[in-house]
Structures are given as C-alpha cells and as structure tokens.
Write a protein that binds this ligand. Structure first.
Ligand SMILES: Cc1ncc(COP(=O)(O)O)c(C=O)c1O
Length: 408
C-alpha cells in the first residue's frame, strides 16, 4: 500500500510506502507523553496536546514490529546479551550511514544514553569538578552534573538570526580551568537542531585534547538528519577519536525509547576498559525485545527511515509556512537535524511564567519549556515543539497556539 502525504499531494509528488499521516491513539499505552492521568496531574487537563517529550507519534518500522512480535510469540523471556548479530547490526549501520568503521568489541550496551553519560561523568571527574555543556541544551545534562555533585560549566551557544554557533573562545577559557574535566557535546544539537560541521567538531576535539578534558559525544539524534550533513565524531582524526566516548542508539530513530537500548562506542582500549569496569557491577544486558528491535531496525529499517525523514522534512517546512501565515511574530528556523522545533516567542514580551502559562493553560499545547534548556536566560522566550507526529496533530497544535496569540 502506498500513501501520499497531504503536503506532497498539494505539491503533486512523492508516494509514501508507510502512512505517517495515520493518527494513533496512544492514551492507553503506558506513556509518559500521552497518559491522560499524567497530563491532568501536570497541566490540569487531559486534553492538552503533548508536543514535548521526545518520542514519536508514529508506529515503528514494520520490520521492527514484526521482529518484536516474533520474539513475543516465543514466550520465553530470559536474559539476552549483546550477541554477535546485535553488535554487527550496529557496526554495519555506522559504516553504511556514517562511513565510520568500528569494531564489534568497541560497543558497550547501556539501557539508555542518560545512564552512559552519568557513568562517564562519575568516571572522569570528582565531586566539585566542572563539566562543560553548551546551552541551551537537553536539560537532563544539568541534572547528571548537579546530582552527582559536579558543577555545570556553561558555554552558551551564540545565536545569529536563529542559527546557533559555538563560542570557541568561551570553550577554551572553560577548558583551561584545571577543575574542568569533562564535556558533553550534543551532536546534532537538541534543541537548536544544528548539525555541527567537521571543522567545528575538530575544534571542540582539539580544545578538549589540549586541556585534558574528556569528551562525551551524544549522537542520539545522529540519524535524524533533515537539511544538514551529519559528521559522526568517530570519523575525525584518530588522535581525537582515541579520546572520547560516543553515545548512539536506535531509540530516537525508530521510536524505541521504551525498549532501553543504546550502544556506547569507545575506540580507545583503556577508556573502554575503564567504562566496562564502571558498568560491571550492574550486570546490564539488553532486554530480549530491545535486542531483537535493534537488529531488525539496523538491518531492515533503512527504507522506512528514509521515508520518515521525508515526512519530518515536510513537517519542518510546514511549521515555517504556518508561522509565516498565521503567527509571523514567532521566529523559527527549520532544524538541520532532530524532530524538534525551537520556537522563539520573544517578540511577544511574555516573561517565563506567562509564556508557560500561555502554552499549557491557554493554548493547551504541552511543548517543552525553553528556560529548562537554558537556565541562565538562554531559553527565555523559547518553547521546544516536537513535530514527530501526523500532520493533522501538528496543525491542531499550531492552530491552538495561533488562535490564542491572535487574542493577545
Ligand atoms: C540529546 C539527548 N540525549 C539523551 C536522551 C535520552 O536518551 P535515553 O533515553 O537513551 O537515555 C535524549 C532524549 O530525548 C536526548 O534528546
């Protein structure tokens, strides 16, 4: 069965093999994003449209669902492990998608990137040490750092007409501080959607190398490339690659966050041995379903992913058209990567509380609140909107926002 997306229909082109337009009722799933109970608790109403939490309101690739069904039918769910097939699927994916040659024994399993990043911080820093992040950024980074007794070293990104760049002087300054031991680089960057260029990545790597700062590169959004060119950190010069921890996962790409799979790729033998030792007491194994899903996703999911990306590009463009027509004071630049739109409402002059109240209690759209991503003011006036949903749902959410803005 082939489908034509609404927008493409208007443009008169492109058939889709998978139907990303089909609405899915997720309210009966055990879902942080869609549970009516949680939405009532958080927003005071069950019908707020959840456009925050970064999972997708699409079914995963059919090959993945079938692999999970086959596994479920087997009816024994004992311990799984990162089998040769599981590891090879990741090796082949990195080679095909990113041109990065890795070895199966470089891959360590963790049940999510969050855990790997916390382990990295605990391994390479002591309480009181400083960890660099480039704000606005995925806000749990701040939690990893603070809750482990470390200090956040902020290197805010620099915004030029909606495009964000790194401040390399600021980075160098922070890296020079002997208390700075670790950096988390979000690549591509959530929430501003930048795909960092090879040159930018090399500059970060050089600064970290020169000042003895361990670099963790979070590439969880690395497959979701819309209008940019993704450079996998592992394809940089050997000297840089030998001094980093690279976090990857099929979870964002194939909507598998609930299956707790991530692959931490560490080319350096000593760093990998340290990391392995850190993880050893937890006896972590991938779950039976997560393992089956990763193999199917990486071996058979590519054609679905290409169509997903085409649909997401359409959504990203549609947001721009909607904004230009209906709420031109909102500023938006389509992201180069991710399915997250970083919307700038600063022209409306609302303070932090007013903007959040406007979204959740007037427009009834649960975006992610900008200030969480940039607690020193970098996120003030912004909201992050997840557009990995059917166009109809996206339109409904944007309509709600536009109608309330009209009445301001
Ligand atoms: C940049 C980034 N890193 C990590 C995570 C969380 O990863 P996991 O669910 O694998 O722990 C997310 C989830 O949204 C993310 O956007």
């Amino acid at each position: 069965m082939y489908y034509i997306t609404r927008q493409k229909k208007r443009e008169g082109c492109v058939t889709m093999k998978y139907n990303f337009d089909r609405p899915i009722d997720r309210t009966r799933e055990i879902s942080i994003k869609w549970s009516p109970q949680l939405r009532r608790q958080m927003f005071g109403a069950g019908d707020v449209i959840p456009m925050g939490i970064a999972d997708m309101d699409f079914e995963t690739a059919p090959a993945v669902a079938q692999a999970i069904q086959r596994r479920a039918e087997h009816r024994t769910y004992g311990y799984a492990y990162p089998s040769p097939e599981y590891l090879q699927a990741c090796v082949d994916w990195q080679k095909r998608r990113n041109g990065w040659d890795i070895r199966p024994d470089w891959i360590l399993y963790t049940p999510g990137v969050n855990m790997a990043l916390v382990c990295g911080i605990e391994l390479y820093t002591q309480p009181g040490d400083r960890v660099i992040v480039q704000s606005p950024v995925y806000y749990p980074y701040y939690d990893y750092i603070r809750r482990t007794g470390r200090e956040v070293a902020f290197n805010p990104l620099v915004e030029r007409e909606g495009r964000y760049e790194m401040d390399f002087d600021g980075l160098e300054h922070l890296a020079k501080d002997p208390r700075t031991k670790f950096m988390i680089l979000c690549s591509p960057h959530n929430p501003v959607g930048r795909c960092w260029t090879r040159q930018e990545l090399e500059r970060v790597g050089r600064i970290c190398l020169e000042h003895g700062v361990m670099l963790a590169v979070d590439e969880i959004h690395g497959d979701l490339i819309l209008n940019g060119q993704f450079v996998a950190y592992g394809t940089l010069e050997e000297e840089l690659v030998q001094r980093c921890i690279i976090c990857t996962s099929p979870s964002k790409t194939f909507n598998l966050a609930g299956l707790l799979v991530s692959d931490i790729i560490i080319p350096n033998d000593q760093i990998r041995a340290d990391f392995q030792e850190k993880l050893a007491p937890y006896y972590l194994w991938p779950g039976s379903f997560g393992a089956a899903a990763q193999i199917a996703a990486y071996e058979q999911g590519e054609d679905w992913l290409e169509q997903l990306l085409a649909y997401l590009r359409g959504n990203a463009q549609y947001i721009g058209e909607f904004i230009a027509e209906r709420m031109p004071r909102v500023k938006y630049r389509p992201p180069e990567a991710t399915y997250l739109a970083w919307l700038d409402f600063r022209d409306y002059g609302m303070d932090r509380e007013q903007l959040w109240d406007f979204m959740c209690h007037k427009a009834w759209v649960a975006t992610d609140d900008g200030p969480k991503f940039g607690p020193n003011g970098e996120g003030d006036g912004f909201q992050r909107l997840n557009f990995a949903c059917p166009r109809q749902q996206l339109t409904k959410a944007l309509e709600r926002i536009a109608q309330v803005l009209d009445r301001l």
